[in-house]
Design a protein. Structure first.
Length: 237
């Protein structure tokens, strides 16, 4: 992700996409420490929960997460494109997104320079289900060893598919694996952002049963092969 003259591109010209449980919260704080204003997943308002709350609630939540940016009046893809254009034109400002990648909408909103952050899916799910994080959501479905694991796996695979589709289309996209985030960031010229990185070990068991781990990995097996990240094969229970 270097420019043609070898300079590191400005961070505020890059959009980041992070899957819950894959270090997106760390990334958001790290980008802020680098001096950027970071929009905290404002695209969450297009998740079914916020859609059910109505347009007014969506607008309010979007503004809260996007440092006062308005959701805009343009419908559908045009609204997403408008937001991303404004974001790119605003100095020292970036966003960590999630929902639009999951819904595979970024491919329709104009070419962007995007960094995707993903973690081995079973380990990411286990992290997502920590009681101090989003364990309350998992409990609504019956706990970590419930069908919630399938919902999560499908979301994970769709974000991975979005990355693969954009890469195949020739976009300036890159993937940072959680397991080797500092190395990935340094490779792309952004090593100064992740100087305080601390790797959290997977600890899949006893939080998850063998059946749950196998289910998540079965649901994501083809995209994991396509991504070809060797360290994911080393994640053990």
């Amino acid at each position: 992700m270097h420019s043609s003259d070898g300079r590191t591109p400005a961070l505020d010209q890059v959009v980041f996409c992070g899957m819950g449980g894959s270090g997106s919260t760390y990334l958001r704080h790290a980008l802020a420490r680098a001096g950027l204003t970071v929009h905290n997943k404002p695209d969450i308002v297009h998740h079914r929960y916020w859609v059910k709350q109505g347009r007014s609630a969506q607008r309010e939540e979007f503004g809260r997460r996007a440092n006062g940016f308005e959701l805009g009046t343009e419908p559908g893809i045009a609204g997403i494109r408008h937001y991303l254009d404004r974001l790119a034109a605003t100095p020292d400002t970036t966003a960590v997104l999630g929902t639009w990648a999951e819904q595979q909408l970024l491919r329709h909103a104009g070419r962007r320079r995007i960094v995707f952050l993903l973690r081995e899916p079973a380990a990411a799910y286990r992290s997502m289900c920590d009681p101090e994080r989003h364990g309350d959501i998992a409990e609504q479905y019956g706990g970590p060893d419930s069908w919630y694991a399938v919902f999560y796996a499908e979301r994970w695979r769709k974000i991975a598919e979005e990355y693969l589709a954009l890469r195949a289309a020739g976009w300036d996209v890159t993937l940072w694996s959680y397991e080797h985030l500092p190395e990935c960031a340094r490779r792309d010229g952004f090593g100064e952002v992740v100087t305080e990185w601390r790797l959290s070990p997977p600890r899949l068991k006893p939080a998850l049963r063998d059946e749950t781990i196998d289910l998540i990995r079965a649901c994501t097996s083809d995209v994991r092969r396509a991504l070809d990240i060797p360290e994911w094969d080393q994640v053990r229970a």
